[in-house]
Ligand binder design. Structure first.
Ligand code: NDP
Length: 274
């Protein structure tokens, strides 16, 4: 019998996840069906229970339900616990298990698709919301030389750095506000703020991109995002958007559910071509 999965979000109409998982299923020969489900803003847990009752085996969770999903779970993976948010649910024996594959998807995109080594590098992470939180643990696992987190609300970046301090003993970890970036430069700058959604770019100073640096925006869309346009002006050598992260987190969720690691490169290429 076909195993059923879905992604919950609000809005969810433009989700690429059903197309991504359909390609993974074809590639691996797994017999699954995957659909997008709109959950009411005040009805996420009821929507999950309905899906379980109708035979659902697992689900992805996107904006704005990742923190609520975290609270709904009976058990959590270490990386979900650390991130404080869940994007992957598995249903078995009447229990809900939660995982967070966003950070793993980001790291996989950086290292495999973009061939960007992280060990020993200087990384700047912009933002301290859910996406930044999910990325921090997996980034620290790669042992960068330095990881600086800055946020509009500096106290949130400081809090995040305190929370993760024990998880990257080999990395110089610091938090703060955008004002502290003057005179500093990085090999990789990751935008995990939601500024690009509003067509705005975070305030970055000249010289922030070291020679050869990669500018990475978690957001994706047609053409340069506002952050990538700024990075281009400031001399970033390479630019990437977050479409590869989206495919990477989906591949990691597919592995959690099916124990198979799909090849992300052809799926990413098909999405780019579409
Ligand atoms: P959150 O709402 O949790 O966090 C938003 C962050 O953006 C906060 O750090 C906030 O700062 C900052 N911010 C918002 N407005 C401004 C502004 N005008 N100037 C400076 N900073 C600002 O969002 P998420 O963490 O969930 O998502 C962040 C981005 O990552 C989104 O663009 C999302 O689409 C993308 N994303 C992509 C994924 C992928 O697979 N490619 C997966 C997950 C997310 P403050 O704390 O001061 O409010």
């Amino acid at each position: 019998m076909t195993d059923r999965y879905c992604v919950f979000g609000n809005p969810i109409g433009h989700s690429k996840s059903p197309a991504i998982h359909a390609q993974f299923a074809r590639q691996t020969g797994e017999d699954i069906a995957y659909e997008a489900r709109l959950a009411p803003l005040d009805g996420f847990s009821a929507a999950v229970r309905d899906f379980i009752a109708s035979g659902g085996r697992g689900a992805n969770v996107t904006v704005p339900f990742k923190e609520e999903a975290f609270r709904l779970c009976d058990s959590l993976s270490a990386r979900a616990r650390l991130a404080g948010a869940v994007n992957t649910l598995s249903f078995a024996d009447g229990r809900i298990a939660g995982d967070n594959t966003d950070g793993a998807g980001l790291v996989r995109d950086l290292m495999e698709n973009l061939r960007t080594p992280l060990a020993g590098r200087r990384i700047l992470l912009l933002g301290a919301g859910g996406a930044a939180r999910g990325a921090l643990g997996p980034l620290l696992e790669q042992a960068p030389a330095a990881l600086v987190v800055v946020n509009r609300t500096a106290a949130r970046a400081d809090e995040l750095v305190r929370h993760f301090a024990a998880h990257g003993p080999q990395t110089q970890l610091a938090g703060g506000g955008f004002g502290e970036l003057a005179g500093k430069s990085f090999d990789l700058v990751i935008n995990a703020t939601s500024t690009s959604l509003a067509g705005e770019a975070p305030p970055l100073p000249d010289g922030i991109f070291a020679p050869g640096a990669l500018a990475y925006d978690m957001m994706y869309g047609q053409g340069d995002t506002a952050f990538l346009a700024l990075a281009r002006r400031l001399g970033a050598a390479r630019l990437a958007d977050g479409l590869g992260m989206l495919v990477g987190q989906a591949a990691e969720a597919f592995f959690v559910w099916r124990g198979q690691r799909p090849d992300t490169a052809p799926v990413l290429a098909a999405l780019r071509a579409a």
